[in-house]
Design a protein around this ligand. Structure first.
Ligand code: NAD
Ligand code: DAU
Length: 328
């Protein structure tokens, strides 16, 4: 297959591109290279790279030329940044998704939208199915939900072969350290405070990134056009459990390191996905949380050349804005 991977220089997109290229696909990546996009994530993948934004119709057309399918990972992905500066979220998820859908429609190219469990909002008990109503809480999840609805409209209205894949919280190598797990690993390695929002009892459904990448591949190849597929991780954990387990792997005194800080506004309490439908396509998560977390801690410990340029760059200013007053 010749595949266009939009946002392929990011965390999940690069893991997906690597997997598909290794399996023999011809991979083209379109990426704007925001603060989260890193060409080094694609080292050794063997792909064609188009530098540009998905909301730029010329770049979208150039990248989509002659492909069999497009998988759209391109997004602004951090909830805290969407609260501070929603602008880019609206543009990328709204206009960007529209431009890609139009380019796919005129070429008749199968389109996979990579989406998130956050579009369903928070669930106290049980798990979200694909039929659960959308109830997003943050500018991030609201704009992702809007993008999903636009994708579905291209199936209903134009008959474009669309698929939507909603993943739960991913973790693993190459994740930007603004996110919970890499942030806590790197702070613990440096002996810095670990800022836990609120009471630390929010629950996330953890999915190892390679499992998600395989799940998206299953949906791309075997999914029914027009359908949505949830891809959830095998384990649910509270944030404080995750943080304490990271300290066990890295070393350090939890009481000295953990700092409970002001909560995130609109913070969803619990996410949980039912993945029964995608299991019907033959997918199963292979990596449990304890094993995946240990591998992830080892990867960050062994690859300082990957994260040192991030921690010493613009990230410092972001960290100061996000945590400076919270951490006192
Ligand atoms: P990421 O932030 O690591 O990477 C995003 C990539 O998109 C970067 O390479 C960035 O440069 C690129 N990008 C951003 N805006 C762009 C634009 N306008 N045009 C072209 N490229 C652009 O993100 P991630 O964590 O790998 O997430 C990938 C996708 O998976 C997103 O759509 C996200 O909503 C979804 N998702 C993420 C998770 C998670 O836990 N990280 C879970 C479920 C779904
Ligand atoms: O559920 C899928 C989503 O998971 C994806 O769609 C998003 O792109 C991805 O960023 C992620 O969103 P979350 O908001 O769940 O991830 P984050 O890593 O920001 O936070 C995970 C949990 O940890 C959440 O309850 C907030 C909490 N947290 C986070 C940070 C960064 C803290 O307690 N302290 C922190 O410093």
């Amino acid at each position: 297959m010749k595949l266009l991977v939009c946002g392929g220089a990011g965390f999940i997109g690069s893991n997906f591109a690597r997997l598909r290229a290794a399996a023999g696909d011809d991979v083209v990546v379109l990426d704007k290279l925001t603060y989260a996009g890193r060409p080094e994530n694609l080292m050794g993948v063997g792909h064609r790279f188009v530098h540009g934004a998905i909301e730029d119709p010329e770049k979208a057309a150039e990248a989509m030329d002659d492909v069999d399918a497009v998988v759209n990972f391109a997004a602004e992905t951090h909830v805290d940044r969407s609260i501070a500066e929603p602008d880019a979220f609206v543009r990328t998820h709204g206009q960007g998704t529209y431009v890609l859908l139009e380019a796919a429609r005129v070429r008749g190219v199968r389109y996979v939208q990579v989406s998130t469990d956050e579009v369903y909002g928070s669930i106290a008990e049980g798990s979200f199915t694909e039929k659960s109503p959308l109830a997003p809480s943050s500018p991030y999840s609201a704009t992702k939900a809007g993008a999903d609805l636009l994708v579905s409209s291209y199936f209903d209205t134009f008959g474009l072969e669309t698929l939507i894949c909603r993943g739960s919280n991913n973790y693993g190598p190459n994740q930007h350290p603004e996110k919970l797990i890499p942030l806590m690993i790197l702070n613990a390695l440096h002996g810095d405070k670990l800022p836990v929002y609120g009471d630390g009892l929010n629950v996330r459904n953890w999915l190892f990134v390679e499992d998600f990448a395989r799940g998206i591949g299953h949906v791309l190849e075997h999914g029914a056009p027009g359908e949505v597929y949830n891809v959830g991780g095998p384990d649910e954990e509270t944030n404080i459990t995750v943080v304490r387990r990271i300290i066990e792997f890295v070393g350090g005194n939890p009481d000295a390191l953990i700092d409970y800080v002001t909560d995130r506004p609109g913070h969803d309490r619990r996410y949980s996905l039912s993945s029964e439908k995608v299991r019907g396509l033959g997918w199963e998560a292979q990596v449990h949380f304890d094993e995946g977390l240990e591998q992830t801690v080892a990867w960050y410990r062994d690859n300082p050349e990957w994260w040192e340029p991030i921690r010493s760059g613009d990230y410092r200013a972001y960290y100061e804005r996000q945590y400076g007053t919270r951490l006192g």
